[in-house]
Design a protein around this ligand. Structure first.
Ligand SMILES: [Zn+2]
Length: 420
């Protein structure tokens, strides 16, 4: 976890080291197909990764023969003389298949980037067509092409969040690029502009409206074919998450959602809204959730959060003194308090302070799902000197846990905090 590229803190899920994504070959079907026979495949079923049986921290990466029925013809080049060759570049018919990039560890430096020697990685969706979470009736031709996947006997489908949090940093980085892009393809089978079906191209990194493949008259049916649009490029939804310090710098504002596991407190967080900077989003969220006005804000580090496709933007901020916490503005939190550094340090360094069971993870997932629709009832803030109800905090694999630990236990945040 404690990895730095120059002075940048690299969080869990951010890849260590990342793949070379080779985005400039995504439109070349022949190059992508040439990678398939040497590739390792990260397999998902409704967002659950395939792992070794009884060892959920270990992704079960398979070779081409194991997924050949799903891969079929691979990626398709535009037909000879195609009118809209651009719209056909590396088109994909069949199940979701995404080129993630090439692992260049151990490769000679300075090699031709168009002919890398490392191991290619793909993410593939083995979710049975037409059932479950992603049950959207697909293109009939594509459904007919899609085979079925037989999971090896020594493998199993694992809870995504629990297994990924236990993976080593490199595999967690691989997982964090594979899961969101498979999920995004699965959720975007219809054109946001006209409602017609979409199809996959560019190695799984773009989807286009089916009208893009037709002649000029067909293309006119959907305005996503004209001008510059960003309707069908993969999403990354930014969320700010912040360690807000009081005027002394020795207490941090933490809150808890009533749906969280008992005793758990964490940094406040929220989605960045259109038109906001990081700093403005920090100030708005803290005011809405805790009634606290924040002054200076400093960016710390960021973390991809693949549930399903967030980017957590970690910040520190300073709140002027003389303020009172109030939870009745948006009623999102059950409690919020400024906790002394010693208390945060004690919980963050305790053996069980960040241990979560499968039920805890389910509860956290449920809390996230309920977040937008069920505002919990307001409960009066407890006296500021009662801290014994704080027994759990996020692990260091989550950026909230990093923000808390860097401030309470380490020195990484010192230069940021001292400039607030
Ligand atoms: Zn359309």
């Amino acid at each position: 976890m404690d990895v730095h590229a120059n002075d940048t803190f690299i969080n869990f899920y951010a890849g260590a080291p990342p793949l070379n994504r080779l985005s400039f070959v995504r439109s070349k079907a022949d190059v992508l197909n040439a990678h398939l026979s040497r590739a390792k495949f990260l397999v998902f079923n409704e967002g659950k990764p395939l792992v070794h049986k009884g060892k959920i921290s270990s992704p079960y990466l398979v070779d081409l023969p194991a997924v050949q029925a799903l891969v079929g013809d691979g990626f398709l080049s535009p037909p000879e003389g195609a009118a809209n060759a651009k719209a056909e570049e590396a088109r994909r018919a069949g199940c979701i298949l995404v080129f993630l990039g090439v692992d260049e560890r151990g490769c000679p430096p300075g090699e031709d980037l168009l002919k890398p020697h490392g191991t290619p990685y793909f993410a593939i969706d083995a979710t049975p067509a037409g059932v479950g979470l992603y049950a959207v009736p697909g293109d009939a031709e594509d459904a007919a092409r899609q085979g079925t996947f037989s999971a090896p006997p020594d493998s199993e489908w694992a809870d995504a969040r629990m297994s990924a949090s236990l993976m080593d940093a490199w595999h967690a980085g691989l997982f964090a690029s594979g899961r969101p892009i498979v999920d995004w393809n699965a959720r975007n089978r219809y054109c946001p502009a006209c409602g017609r079906q979409t199809y996959s191209l560019w190695g799984g990194w773009k989807r286009s409206c089916v009208t893009a493949r037709g002649g000029p008259e067909e293309r006119k049916k959907c305005f996503s074919n004209t001008g510059l649009h960003n309707f069908a490029h993969p999403r990354t939804d930014p969320v700010i998450i912040m360690g807000i310090l009081d005027e002394t710098g020795d207490r941090m504002l933490l809150g808890r959602n009533k749906s969280w596991p008992k005793g758990m407190y964490s940094c406040l967080a929220g989605f960045i809204e259109p038109g906001e900077s990081f700093e403005e989003a920090v100030r708005r969220e803290v005011l809405e959730e805790a009634g606290i006005v924040v002054g200076p804000v400093r960016y710390g580090s960021s973390q991809p959060w693949p549930y399903p496709a967030n980017l957590m933007v970690g910040c520190y901020g300073r709140a002027p003194g003389g303020q009172t916490i109030r939870l009745d503005l948006d009623n999102e939190l059950e409690d919020a308090q400024f906790f002394p550094r010693s208390v945060v340090a004690r919980v963050a360094s305790s053996k069980f302070g960040s241990k979560f069971t499968k039920d805890d993870y389910n509860q956290l997932d449920k809390a996230q799902e309920d977040r937008d629709i069920n505002a919990p009832a307001m409960i009066d803030p407890r006296p500021m000197d009662k801290f014994d109800n704080f027994t759990k905090c996020p692990p260091a694999t989550a950026i909230a846990g990093v923000l808390m630990r860097q401030w309470a236990l380490g020195t990484h945040a010192t230069h940021l905090v001292s400039s607030l």
